[in-house]
Write a protein that binds this ligand. Structure first.
Ligand code: PPE
Length: 302
């Protein structure tokens, strides 16, 4: 993973020189917020997928975590495009990070400066090319999603991801690809870095957003599926409903649309990508690659 330049507080810095002090507040306490965005190669050049919505969510994260920055939404949007351009990437993953920098170490973050960075790099299929075509193997995590009064799920806070890392380590050590976390009551929430969908009798379901990140891919899929004529509903379910679903898939910027073919040793959808998942996946990629007139407003050309 490497590109040429990283944007740091308005300046393009060489990738290898984009460093911070070890006493950076966020390094110790996870006091930062970030985004994950993708840009795809289209016939008319590189386009960032739903950039406006990602910037909106970043600024909401900043508000929730009480961080002020001097850049406007428009300046941030331009900085992201500039960073892609300067790195000469046709398609890439984009990682804006706003974090509490170095001044004092203590849990009071307010004396530490707020610093902004944008890194971009080439990132192929999150869980491998085969995962997109064949589906992945998962387990219900023994770690519960952080309880609703422990943190904010609406804010994409760095420290939130320790919960996801525990779940991910457990899944990998069990020889699996990904974890599905329940909330503290036992209701299904999401993957370590993905929202979750399941399909029963032709209806597409996903979890309500109170206990999960308000995924932008999730929102896109709900809209795409409705336009394709599917019924989409939000629902709290227990793990057993996943076991008997016709199809299950993850959605996320990094994961895109990744089919799930196994949960806790239960085979889902004949152990391969299901037909509804495949339809939605195909449509999603066509839209991201600028092949669907109707959704061109979701693309921001650089
Ligand atoms: N839930 C979580 C916990 C999450 O981290 C993501 C994105 C989503 C849902 C899907 O949200 P969206 O990307 O807006 O559709 N996870 C980001 C980070 C993944 C990583 O490994 O790092 C991502 O996909 O960019």
């Amino acid at each position: 993973m490497k590109a040429e330049k990283i944007w740091m507080d308005g300046k393009m810095v060489d990738w290898d020189k984009a460093q911070v002090h070890v006493c950076t507040h966020a390094f110790h306490y996870g006091s930062g917020v970030f985004e994950g965005i993708r840009a795809y190669e289209t016939e008319n050049g590189t386009a960032v997928f739903r950039l406006k919505e990602h910037i909106e969510r970043l600024f909401n994260s900043l508000k929730i975590f009480k961080m002020d920055i001097s850049f406007s939404k428009e300046e941030f949007r331009q900085a992201i495009k500039d960073t892609i351009k300067v790195n000469k990437l046709k398609s890439c993953y984009i990682r804006p990070l706003v974090y509490r920098g170095y001044n004092d170490l203590s849990l009071n973050p307010f004396n530490c400066p707020v610093c902004c960075t944008i890194a971009v790099w080439e990132w192929g299929a999150y869980l491998g090319e085969e995962a997109l075509a064949q589906g992945i193997r998962t387990k219900i995590s023994s770690y519960a999603r952080s309880s609703i009064n422990s943190t904010s799920q609406k804010a994409k806070i760095c420290g939130n991801y320790v919960n996801s890392i525990f779940a991910k380590m457990e899944a990998i050590e069990a020889g699996l690809d990904e974890a599905i976390l329940l909330d503290t009551r036992g209701f299904v929430t999401e993957g370590s870095g993905e929202n979750l969908f399941w399909i029963r009798n032709g209806v597409i379901y996903t979890t309500p957003t109170a206990t999960v990140l308000e995924g932008i891919t999730r929102d896109s899929i709900i809209k795409i599926a409705k336009d394709m004529g599917y019924q989409v509903q939000e629902k709290y379910i227990c793990r057993d409903e996943l076991y008997i679903s016709d199809e299950v898939f993850f959605s996320g910027t990094a994961a895109e649309v990744t089919p799930v073919r196994e949960i806790d040793n239960y085979q889902i959808s004949e152990g391969k990508r299901g037909p509804v998942t495949e339809n939605i996946q195909r449509k999603f990629f066509a839209i991201a690659k600028g092949e669907e007139e109707k959704y061109l407003s979701w693309l921001d050309y650089i």
